[in-house]
Design a protein around this ligand. Structure first.
Ligand code: SAM
Length: 488
């Protein structure tokens, strides 16, 4: 057991709620042995013990939350004790550490302080306080061979900075996390984006939650512009998507960049993957309504990653079946255009969990967002399925009193098509069905009611225009005719 090594994980203080879940997912995905020694998970650093350096490097090779990983030499809550520990560590481990102090090894010392600002001069003084370290090499600030990190943590509360640092740490940088990918995959420079494209950081975190491995088959049933396919493909997954919106899937929807009037001809989800060098992992996207799955019963996915519509910036709709045609559907003799109806969040999440239970391989993961009004949230409301274990649940605050939660489910039992229906039934007690209505006006008006109310207003306007002797223009008159058909 002698090989266990301690590392400082220095995190970005962004999406703090997600880092524990990401850490646990990556540890499980790589089958690593690790022990977290820092209890307070919101601190920007954790001290973690890994079974060996290779295990630590594997974690860093995928982490989006991690900024830097530093091999720990000394950690204390008091400065004199810190210096004593650092001296002892270097002396005791000199045989293995000597190579980093040799004359040919150029070096740099980074001073990181959290929650307290120090001038350059003060930082240099902190470096000079470690003069006892016999670093022989030359300083190289741009490309040093060895990078040392000196860290002072001054608490989390900017309004109550303690008189002394709470933690002082020192060590050698061994790896950076994968945060460079956030810039590399940024939506700013992506070929095809839309109003609801998921930003690069959250997409990458989702793919880590899903434990996407090289060669996995990954599916997004509400694919939109394919942001989640990008991150999954970046980690080596073969990606497949579906969406009800033909214009979206074919990148013909209205551009979302203010500077763009029309879509470029070559915008597409495939072009996005090409842009990031993962076109070979793009399988396809299809136009399909999730409430009527088109998939073969035996198709099996390693991961399902998705951001379903909440009805705020995109409609939550499904294609209406002929059997349940609406009262105002046109008669049999007229040309048939399939109508759509509201797809309640209850039904949507019910279908999503049922689909995942059927189509995930055993151990495969479903990662999806669910919206909530903060005051409503109760863990009991989360969708449940007998074949899926909820393994992670973290919150991201949205505007006002709304939030969304990133849920990670893992398939724990094989789904048998012969089992009685009730055996695997999904429970979706979430009250967020009317999320959209409450988001906008707190009114419990259904989509259908709203449409009818607006149509009534238009009809009223038409009658008034007629009374004033005004004839509607072409486009308007077509709309008015449609209105009339609704009310005769
Ligand atoms: C939040 S967006 C997904 C955004 C996507 N993650 C991206 O990065 O662009 C939800 C998508 O679900 C689609 N959608 C809505 N109802 C659907 C249904 N019944 N079946 C399949 N897709 C649907 C919408 O067209 C929309 O593109």
């Amino acid at each position: 057991m002698g090989n266990w090594r301690k590392f400082i994980l220095w995190f970005a203080q962004e999406h703090v709620d997600f880092r524990v879940q990401e850490f646990e997912s990556l540890i499980k995905m790589f089958g690593l042995q690790a022990r977290r020694l820092t209890e307070q998970t919101r601190k920007p650093f954790w001290v973690v013990e890994f079974r060996d350096t290779d295990s630590a490097l594997l974690y860093a090779s995928r982490s989006i939350s991690l900024r830097a990983m530093i091999e720990l030499y000394a950690h204390s809550h008091k400065l004199p004790e810190f210096h004593q520990r650092l001296r002892n560590h270097v002396t005791t481990n000199w045989n293995s550490l000597a190579e980093y102090f040799r004359v040919e090894a150029s070096f740099k010392i980074v001073v990181e302080t959290y929650n307290k600002h120090f001038s350059q001069r003060e930082k240099v003084e902190k470096i000079e306080s470690m003069d006892y370290l016999q670093i022989e090499g030359a300083v190289n600030l741009k490309k040093p061979e060895v990078e040392w990190w000196y860290i002072e943590f001054w608490g989390l509360d900017p309004t109550a900075v303690p008189p002394e640092p709470e933690d002082i740490l020192f060590g050698r940088l061994v790896a950076h996390g994968q945060r460079h990918l956030i810039k590399e995959l940024s939506l700013k420079h992506r070929k095809f984006i839309g109003n609801t494209s998921m930003d690069a950081q959250l997409s990458l975190l989702m793919a880590n939650q899903a434990m996407v491995r090289k060669g996995d088959l990954v599916f997004d049933p509400f694919v939109g512009t394919g942001s989640l396919l990008v991150s999954a493909a970046k980690w080596g997954g073969y990606v497949l998507g579906a969406d009800i919106d033909y214009m979206m899937v074919h990148a013909r929807c209205r551009p979302s960049r203010i500077t763009q009037k029309v879509r470029e001809k070559d915008e597409s989800i495939r072009a996005n993957l090409q842009q990031y060098g993962c076109a070979d992992r793009y399988m396809d996207v299809v136009v399909a309504d999730f409430s009527n799955p088109v998939w073969h019963p035996r198709i099996s996915f390693d991961c399902i990653i998705t951001d379903p519509p909440y009805g705020i910036r995109e409609a939550t709709e499904k294609v209406e079946k002929k059997a349940s045609a609406k009262a105002n559907t046109r008669s049999e003799s007229m040309v048939h255009y399939p109508s759509t109806s509201h797809y309640s969040l209850q039904s949507l999440y019910g279908d999503l969990l049922e689909f995942s239970a059927k189509h995930l391989r055993l151990g495969g993961r479903l990662v999806c967002w669910i919206p909530f009004h903060s005051e409503d949230y109760d863990p009991k409301m989360l969708p449940q399925h007998q074949h899926l274990n909820l393994v992670a649940n973290s919150e991201q605050q949205l505007t006002g009193n709304t939030a969304r939660r990133l849920l990670t489910y893992e398939k724990c039992f094989e789904y048998s098509p012969t089992e009685p229906l009730l055996g695997g039934i999904t429970q979706v007690p979430t009250p967020s069905q009317d999320f959209r209505d409450r988001y906008f006006n707190n009114a419990l008006e259904s989509r259908q009611e709203r449409r009818m109310r607006k149509a009534e207003l238009r009809e009223q306007a038409r009658v008034e225009m007629n009374a004033r002797g005004k004839i509607p223009t072409d486009g308007r008159s077509k709309k008015c005719d449609l209105n009339k058909a609704r009310f005769v």
